[in-house]
Write a protein that binds this ligand. Structure first.
Ligand SMILES: [Zn+2]
Length: 94
């Protein structure tokens, strides 16, 4: 058995880092439960990670893609309406 705090620098460092992490807590973005930061990964608690739920970064990426798709669909719809209007298939406005 090794004695704790016996001058092993790595052990001492790990103890200090763990102590710092232990003081931080985060709310899980899925279940909202407060977890110690060391159990968190990308805003997701350990329990939700086990369920395979995506992290904050993955969600933001997904939202960005959705925003781009929504924008493209909006522009597409406008161009479609403009085209229909020019082709005389829609009643003229005014
Ligand atoms: Zn969670």
């Amino acid at each position: 058995m090794e004695k704790a705090g016996d001058g092993n620098v790595v052990d001492l460092l790990m103890e200090n880092l763990t102590a710092i992490d232990d003081e931080r807590k985060e709310n899980c973005i899925h279940c909202g439960n407060e977890w110690y930061a060391i159990h968190h990964k990308d805003g997701v608690c350990h329990s939700c990670q086990q369920k395979g739920l995506p992290g904050r970064t993955a969600l933001e990426r997904r939202e960005n893609i959705q925003a781009k798709v929504a924008w493209a669909v909006g522009i597409g719809a406008l161009l479609f309406l403009l085209g229909m209007s020019l082709a005389g298939k829609l009643p003229a406005i005014g």
